[in-house]
Ligand binder design. Sequence first.
Ligand SMILES: [Zn+2]
Length: 453
Amino acid sequence: MKKIFPSLSPYLFIAVIVQFLSINSFAQDSYIVSITDVKSRKIEIKAQLFPNNDTIQMSPFGANHLKNGWASFVTNIGAKNKQNKEISIQSIGGGAYIFSPYKKGEEINLDYTINLIHDKGKWPFGYKEAAYVRENMMVFTGNALFITRLDMKSATVKFILPKSYMITNAWEEIGINKFKVHNPTELVWTVMTIGQYNFTEVITGDTKIKLVYSNSLSGKKKMISSIITSAVKEYENIYMGKPVNSATQSDKFVCIVNVDSGYVGGGAVFTNSISIMLNKSPSLEHKANTQSWHHILIHEIGHLWNGQSLKTEQQNEWFVEGFTDYMAYNVEYKLRLFDTTEWLAMLKLKQEEYNKAYKGISIKKAGNDKAENYDLIYSGGLLFAQLIDRQIQINTKNKKNINDFLQLLYSEFALSNKLYVLDDIIAAFKNTCMCEPKNIFEYLVTSKKIESP
Ligand SMILES: [Zn+2]
């Protein structure tokens, strides 16, 4: 039996996939996903898989608070072999299944139902990162649907839907409602939508984003799409380039926006796709606030560069989240979504949040538990980004700033599809600042407390 590793980090997950990519070709897995009515919350899935051992599994990430992981929502599962004979399939916890008898390389035909009631329960970062139904939209991550195998090399997914339904995802389209994915991450680490909703394509510079928003947001099309357009333009200027895909990923980006007034509001980014849940309909606020609709949107769009294009092989949440947040506020300020008074009040609040959360550990170490150390990572990371920005400006007599530092990382790592580590960040800083990084980067490796300059 192949063991699954619940503590396996996404970085290792990528490494595992890269390893398997170099192995010779496997038969292609395929899925047929049928939905007759999004409000029924039922998804029927037929899968033909060619596993190389007796274990298949759902994603090991994102549902670790549930004993059965993502498999908690799977019902009526059955398996047959190539000869159409029933074989035994058993859930072993953590979203994994073993089946028997197993014959190496032989196909297994799965039949199962997803009960899409994820939004009825509690999620560490909200149901927008799992699956939900609102209005006539069904929104789900691949995590919520697919039973797969870590060594899957490519798979096709065909959706059977009522004629009046649309489907929007970030996958490579190879036919009508038929798509191809190139590894397990692409299959599960993505968010998509099916049903009846608004759709528009936002094209800015070199970046194309498929914007999907619920019918209740129909009147806000201009407001939302113009913020996306302006923000993308700013980010393209900051990084001097568009978001970068790995060679096998499609060149599509999807942004799904919905509203739930009973929800705290927030966003999440997956491979080429963003899930946003606002707690109220967008309106002009002139606030520098974590909860404001434009901050949520602009922060998540920022991850298309920091997170999606610039990828790390270590845990560097302080950089991924803290710097994305700092740059998001910078973009909002530049777009005059709030004024200098708001900017200063925001920095003061971030310092207070960080001080309150401070417990004698570095912001890098805090990233080992994102849910527990949210303010240390986000607010501490933001303060650190500001320190770096300030240091570069002082040392270069305002000839350079944080943008130059990010550009350097983007061109060295994102454009050549290389993963960065902490030393690369330090080197890029040293190069941009033309200064000794030791004193500043002490904040990352020691428990030294960050003070906003
Ligand atoms: Zn983020």
